[in-house]
Design a protein around this ligand. Structure first.
Ligand SMILES: Cc1cc2nc3c(=O)[nH]c(=O)nc-3n(C[C@H](O)[C@H](O)[C@H](O)COP(=O)(O)OP(=O)(O)OC[C@H]3O[C@@H](n4cnc5c(N)ncnc54)[C@H](O)[C@@H]3O)c2cc1C
Length: 392
């Protein structure tokens, strides 16, 4: 076993969508960085989650000259909002040219890996263990880790924590520095990836039996989401029950059975850790905040963070000007809270609209009224579209 010591301008902890996007932007700008990822590449390449890069994210990738290399084609500009099977198609088309693009998180991550590693010869180290960081006020940061070859030290100027909600970066910040705001919605989603495409429009359904959605995940697959209780386990949802509930909640007895690839249960919560920086450590993506998935904003919010941070790191590296870095958290947090508000609005509108114990009758009437407003008021409709596009 050996040990090594080296230097890099930036060390990024976590090679998910935020870490890889940031590293790609930095490489493109000539700022050296090293990405440390605890999983093997094969694992990172197959992890599924989000499905769409919103219009704001598309514009961001265009500005970095990467949109056509990384993203797929335009997404459906419609959503089928249903209440107890009665569907209305909400049109999201706008005439300013930028549309959201279809791009599953898995596809974006794979395209980033190809661009960063194969094209730019970026330094991404997979399967590393025992990552620890030193981020004292008076000295330069240092990151240590271990791999099969031994133990390693990287001295650097900035560390970026892109290691998700349970990573080591945020945990390294001393107690009392961060203020955490949390809201638990009190229910969960059963998420099922199925071998069946969305044949009409993407669906978001309010129903007496709980929320359901069908969203595209490529030409042959879609993801169904069903509201369930926090105590539910995967074993409580055999395929037969899954399809019965989908038909019931979508109000469509004709939905056929398809192969179910995987099922997961996810508690819905909002979390914001502030500030998003401490000394020379900067938090981005799920390491800094979680949004409930109803608004489809988690990955998109992570992309916003790393866009702001990449520009700030480039400015600091090229001009020695730290002002954008110092303002990173203050720049990002208002955007984070707008996305939290939109995600909470979507979540509150779509769930619990049937259970009498949870004021279901009232909640369903409120859901109808909110959707009526979207369809009847051009002003409200336009605001909803701008939130969906990430342009608010
Ligand atoms: C069911 C579901 C559906 C979703 N749908 C959408 C959607 O439709 N639209 C949307 O925008 N968002 C969606 N999201 C949210 C989105 O997936 C996340 O917000 C996004 O993955 C955040 O990216 P990240 O890079 O910050 O974190 P991650 O993608 O979690 O990446 C973190 C990386 O850090 C690594 N890591 C962790 N700990 C360490 C460590 N100690 N050392 C080194 N590496 C470490 C992990 O292995 C991982 O590779 C959804 C999420 C879920 C759960």
């Amino acid at each position: 076993m050996s040990s090594s010591r080296e230097h890099s301008k930036v060390v990024i902890i976590g090679g998910g969508v935020s870490g890889l996007t940031l590293a790609t932007f930095l490489h493109k700008s000539g700022v050296p960085c090293i990405v440390l990822e605890r999983r093997e590449r094969a694992y990172v390449e197959v992890r599924q989650r989000a499905g769409v890069v919103e219009a704001r994210g598309v514009r961001m990738f265009e500005q970095w000259g990467l949109a056509d290399k990384l993203l797929g084609g335009p997404v459906a500009q419609t959503i089928d909002y249903r209440v107890n099977g009665n569907s209305r198609i909400f049109e999201m088309g706008v005439d300013d040219g930028t549309q959201g693009r279809f791009c599953t998180q898995q596809m974006l991550v794979n395209n980033l890996l190809r661009e960063l590693i194969d094209v730019m010869a970026g330094d991404v180290r997979f399967g590393v263990a025992d990552i620890a960081l030193r981020n004292d006020k008076d000295s330069r940061p240092q990151v240590t880790y271990a791999d099969a070859g031994g133990s390693h030290v990287i001295d650097c100027e900035h560390v970026v924590g892109c290691d998700g909600n349970l990573g080591v970066s945020r945990a390294s910040i001393p107690d009392g520095v961060l203020h955490t705001t949390t809201h638990e919605f009190g229910y969960a989603w059963l998420a099922a990836l199925v071998e069946a495409p969305v044949t009409g429009h993407p669906i978001m359904a309010v129903s007496d039996h709980g929320f359901a959605a069908q969203l595209p995940r490529g030409p042959h697959r879609s993801r169904y989401y069903l509201q369930c209780t926090l105590g539910d386990r995967i074993e409580d949802w055999p395929d037969e029950r899954l399809w019965d509930e989908i038909r019931l909640r979508m109000g469509d007895a004709a939905i056929g059975i398809a192969q179910v690839h995987d099922k997961d249960i996810i508690a819905l919560r909002s979390v914001v850790h502030a500030p998003m920086q401490y000394g020379n450590l900067f938090l981005a993506g799920d390491a800094a905040h979680l949004v409930p998935p109803t608004g489809a904003k988690g990955m998109n919010l992570a992309l916003h963070d790393v866009d702001v941070l990449a520009r700030a790191l480039v400015r600091a590296a090229v001009d020695g000007d730290r002002s954008m870095l110092d303002a990173y958290s203050d720049t990002c947090l208002p955007h984070v809270w707008k996305y939290q508000e939109f995600s909470a609005w979507m979540t509150d509108t779509m769930h619990d609209a049937g259970d009498p114990a949870l004021h279901g009758e009232f909640r369903q009437a409120i859901a109808r009224a909110r959707l009526d407003t979207l369809f009847e008021s051009p002003l409200a409709g336009r605001l909803h579209i701008e939130f969906q596009r990430g342009m608010v």
